[in-house]
Design a protein around this ligand. Structure first.
Ligand code: HOZ
Length: 427
């Protein structure tokens, strides 16, 4: 496989854009080489500028659950674009998307649209602080909730990939109000809450962590979190930017039976267009301006194109059999990768919830940030490069989740497993 054009474009991009990319992990720094520049995408495939074809497991980092260029979404967008691309005024589309979200997530009684997951989490935390009159927040090591100041403390995703989980530029006073605790460790949380429980505005969590690979909550962990946050009057926020409409139609809260106070969404609800949303209990959401005093606004919030793509995507996802189909394909992939590892004698830990997964190169179980960091990232890079050369597009970092779409066929997975077998033999 040749990547001449991508190489040239990357040199050009670096002249104008820091690192040549608009989001750090895309630069391929941790896996070596240069990014492939995408020309177009359709179904389970992406095509690069050099004419190479890949089975895609990045899926724009999650949103494309129906595959790329899903005809219903594309056609609806074509019709919508003719009507104007932004009005900065309310539309019926916003009500429809809000209605669909609220009917899928019983814990959400009201919802506000924004433009990204970062905006959603940042705004939800502001509301939680205003509602409780408290400043401190608790997050978990390796969870990534976007790049707003107070959340870039021991953060996952690119922050972990590049070894700067605590970003310079975040005022110390800000970071001081962020308490970081180990994921899946209820004892550590209890101990902290004993000390400062009444100063904490919210606990924010990725219920399935997709930003240090894919880490599952241990049995009872989320339930315990729900109970202790209630005890201390703390707002419990589920960051379901990745898991919402992904691990189940009603997200991780449906899967694990949790009723958080607030939920953040993004990715899938925009059907591949820039969107985010935060919602939750009515008494909390009524704090938001113009109903209440908490300010949050945005010119492109509720954008008609993003609403249209989101509505069409969620309508399709609500049809029966979709999540069962995703589960079947994901199981096929999991079994194939585990079997290939066994045959090749490569130690891996394959972690998965529904159509979200990660292959760690370690002989231990992965339950938190420290165990995720034990993965052999050099081995991952070698694996990544080998897979890419065989036409399989994985996320270019050990600390990102992989995703499947309804467009991935049985033979796509078979071909992927074949590439995995060959790649494992070379490690
Ligand atoms: N933080 C995103 C995934 N966890 C990466 C976004 C991107 O590079 O597009």
């Amino acid at each position: 496989m040749k990547w001449f054009k991508s190489k040239t474009l990357y040199s050009r991009a670096k002249r104008y854009i820091p690192g040549g990319v608009n989001s750090p992990v895309r630069a391929f720094r941790s896996v070596g080489g240069y990014p492939i520049f995408i020309k177009n995408a359709s179904g389970s495939r992406v095509y690069d500028i050099d004419g190479n074809e890949y089975i895609d497991y990045v899926l724009s980092w999650g949103p494309m659950i129906l595959g790329h260029s899903y005809p219903k979404v594309v056609n609806a967008l074509k019709r919508a674009v003719e009507k104007g691309t932004s009005y900065g005024a309310p539309t019926e589309l916003e009500i429809e998307l809000a209605r669909i979200i609220i009917s899928a997530f019983p814990s959400i009684k009201m919802v506000r649209m924004v433009n990204s997951g970062t905006e959603a989490t940042m705004s939800a935390i502001r509301v939680a602080r205003a509602y409780t009159g408290r400043d401190k927040i608790i997050k978990f090591e390796g969870c990534y909730h976007g790049h707003s100041d107070g959340l870039l403390v021991k953060a996952g995703s690119g922050a972990t990939t590049f070894g700067v989980p605590d970003s310079p530029g975040v005022p110390r006073d800000y970071a001081r109000n962020t308490i970081n605790l180990p994921f899946n460790n209820i004892k550590a949380l209890r101990k902290t809450l004993n000390r400062v429980g009444r100063d904490v505005a919210c606990v924010i969590i990725e219920p399935v962590v997709g930003n240090m690979g894919c880490i599952l909550p241990k049995d009872g962990f989320l339930q315990e979190l729900r109970a202790v946050t209630k005890k201390y009057g703390i707002i419990f926020i589920f960051d379901e930017v990745m898991t919402g409409f992904r691990v189940a139609y009603g997200g991780a809260q449906e899967l694990y039976g949790i009723n958080p106070d607030m939920t953040c969404l993004g990715k899938i609800i925009g059907g591949g267009l820039p969107v985010g949303a935060y919602g939750g209990r009515k008494d909390i959401m009524m704090q938001i301006s113009p109903e209440g005093p908490v300010y949050q606004a945005g010119t492109l919030s509720g954008n008609p194109l993003a609403m249209t793509a989101g509505i069409e995507t969620l309508k399709t996802l609500s049809k029966s059999g979709i999540y069962e189909k995703l589960e079947k394909r994901a199981e096929q992939l999991e079994d194939g990768i585990n079997e290939a590892a066994k045959r090749a004698g490569v130690k891996i830990y394959f972690s998965r919830v529904g159509s979200m997964f990660c292959t760690y190169f370690t002989d231990r179980e992965v339950w938190d940030y420290n165990s995720a960091k034990m993965s052999d990232t050099k081995r991952f890079s070698k694996f990544f490069r080998s897979m890419l050369s065989k036409g399989i597009n994985l996320a270019p970092s050990q600390f990102e989740a992989g995703f499947l779409s309804t467009a991935h066929t049985f033979s796509d997975i078979e071909n992927t497993i074949k590439a995995v077998r060959e790649s494992f033999r070379t490690l």
